[in-house]
Write a protein that binds this ligand. Structure first.
Ligand code: ADP
Ligand code: MG
Length: 562
């Protein structure tokens, strides 16, 4: 087949331009991205071979290799993993499928200055293309395990790339960067220096479970050029090492590798379970909610390993849907390497593990809340909405969720917990009042609020769609009913007891005629017309029954895929 030239998809081109004219100061991370891809490719091959013994692939010495050529100014990252077919190269390398990247580009366009742009690049993993931060040309040669023909992809990072088939490609993928001219000012980022490469691999990729070997650089003066390839990483699975052996930075690098988020996580959670069903978990709470957290195709779940062998990404069975933002690794000792998603869903041990991990995450959030108000505020702002789904779907843990939940309130601008609300309740107030709606502003000005404002009774301001559901499912907190100020009958005077029963009866009589007439006029459109004490200024308001669905709710159910 002759060499064919293709155009990059528009988004891909934009991203490439950004890499070439990179304003991002930390160019070193391109190596982490290439090593990360190589590691994924080795994981995939091992797994495929495990599932299909007949796959014609070499799996005895799976590894990553880094090869420097000072003369030619090239750097090659090679793996003997799964590789890609001709079609896959075009699909995976020529386009940007990741929806997060599309959002990233949109935000980038809106970012006015370079500092803003740099901050944004730091927030999104940009993967393979990051090679163009260091290279003016990239070549990728790959052969999919089990196939005979290989593919060569080349690009200068401009509008086009070329594809051609090659006959003698080894199994797996090699990516060669033709490095940009050296910057004499900046020896630290000389990617032809073994010292630099060693440092970068140590810093970003030490935990990678495959050996990362550096091919000896011939005649390199500053290197003690061993003739044997040198393994640069320790390959120790971080989750299997004790806490005091591992630095926070190392944990954070693992987080970035598995989450494709370039920012530091908010919290690292470790759990070692011993006994009949042994497992180790290393979980991370991100510092920012991903853009697609509330879409139906959000990939939830953590990575599953069995005795250090990667089994699957996005393993849903390990955490409930409302904790879908949690990333991490669970390594179980006693599962079959062939375990499938279906089996996991039904496995008793996995269900126990899920319960334990859920409790651990919730207790960690509680700890953050007690210890660090700022970090808790970040957590709740980013993930509170997701967590509240648990109040609906996970009754066993609703107490633990309520303990870490906070809500906007008429009391002041700071969110309040239910415990704090209860402490402030007025004498004679039996219920916890709330109002739901689209925004704080719209509900604060609602006529339903008038009497509450007048009497100085605190009302929770609930603006998430899920709020309308959990208040019903949960029903009460410490024996106090949760009551909507906009639903059903509310009699504040009974609570403050400042109006005699007799007077109310008199009023009812006085207005009976008017109410009857209004009822007739409005007919089918309403259920009934009631005399109310909830208004002080507005003459009337519409109230729904305690159990009606609202439009916001319908939206939420749709988002949750129900
Ligand atoms: P991501 O790793 O986030 O998916 P990348 O831009 O790093 O994004 O890579 C895009 C895709 O290209 C990968 O998902 C993978 O399918 C494929 N790919 C990249 N490098 C390799 C490799 N060394 N071996 C096999 N496939 C690869
Ligand atoms: Mg990648």
């Amino acid at each position: 087949m002759p060499t064919e030239t293709f155009e990059f998809q528009v988004e891909a081109r934009q991203l490439l331009q950004l890499m070439i004219h990179s304003v991002y100061s930390n160019k070193d991370v391109f190596l982490r991205e290439l090593v990360s891809n190589a590691s994924d490719a080795l994981d995939k091959l091992r797994l495929e071979k495990l599932r299909d013994d007949t796959l014609d692939a070499e799996v005895t010495d799976l590894h990553i290799e880094i090869d420097i050529d000072k003369e030619a100014r090239t750097l090659t990252v090679r793996d003997n993993g799964i590789g890609m077919s001709y079609d896959e190269v075009g699909k995976l390398i020529g386009t940007i499928a990741n929806s997060g990247t599309a959002t990233f580009l949109k935000e980038l366009k809106e970012a006015q200055d370079e500092a803003g742009a740099e901050g944004l690049i730091g927030q999104f993993g940009v993967g393979f293309y990051s090679g163009f931060m260091a290279a003016d040309e990239m070549t990728l040669v790959t052969r999919r395990a089990g196939e005979s023909q290989g593919t060569r992809w080349t690009s200068r990072g401009e509008a086009t790339y070329t594809l051609e088939t090659v006959d003698d490609a080894p199994q797996g993928t090699s990516v060669t960067l033709h490095l940009k001219p050296a910057d004499p000012e900046n020896q630290l980022h000389d990617y032809t220096s073994p010292w630099t490469i060693r440092e970068i691999v140590k810093r970003y990729s030490d935990f990678i479970t495959w050996p990362i070997r550096m091919v000896p650089v011939a005649g390199d003066g500053d290197d003690d050029s061993a003739p044997e390839p040198e393994t640069l990483n320790s390959m120790k699975a971080l989750w299997a090492r004790s806490r005091d052996e591992v630095s926070d930075d190392e944990y954070h690098e693992l987080y970035k590798h598995i989450s494709h988020d370039w920012r530091e996580p908010l919290e690292t959670i470790r759990l070692q379970a011993e006994g009949t069903f042994e497992y180790q978990a290393l979980l991370f709470v991100p510092s920012h909610a991903p853009h697609d957290l509330f879409t139906r195709d959000f990939k939830r779940g953590v990575q599953l390993y069995v005795k250090r062998v990667f089994i699957m990404d996005d393993c849903e069975a390990l955490l409930p849907p409302y904790l879908r933002f949690v990333k991490g690794v669970v390594d179980a000792a006693d599962l079959s390497l062939n375990v499938s998603r279906e089996i996991l869903q039904q496995d008793r041990h996995i269900r126990m593990m899920q319960r334990r991990l859920t409790k651990k995450v919730l207790s960690t959030v509680k700890e953050i809340k007690t210890k660090d108000a700022d970090r808790y505020a970040t957590f709740w702002r980013e993930f509170g909405t997701a967590l509240k789904e648990g109040l609906v779907t996970d009754p066993d843990n609703s107490e633990a969720i309520l303990a870490v939940a906070s809500f906007a309130t008429t009391h002041d601008d700071e969110p309040t917990t239910l415990a704090q609300y209860v402490e402030r309740m007025k004498d004679g107030q039996d219920d916890i009042y709330y109002i739901t709606g689209e925004s704080r502003q719209s509900i604060e000005n609602s006529p339903h609020m008038e009497a509450f404002r007048d009497k100085g009774i605190e009302v929770l301001l609930l603006t998430d769609a899920v709020d309308e559901v959990w208040v019903d499912t949960v029903g009460e907190y410490e024996g106090k009913k949760l009551r909507s100020v906009a639903k059903g009958e509310i009699d504040l005077d009974a609570e403050s007891d400042d109006k005699a029963d007799g007077e109310r009866a008199k009023q009812a009589e006085e207005y009976a005629g008017l109410l009857g007439w209004m009822g007739e006029q409005l007919g089918e459109d309403i259920k009934e017309v009631r005399l109310s004490t909830r208004l002080t200024v507005s003459p009337a308001c519409v109230v729904s029954d305690a159990h009606d669905l609202t439009p916001a709710l319908e939206n939420m159910y749709r988002a949750m895929g129900q």
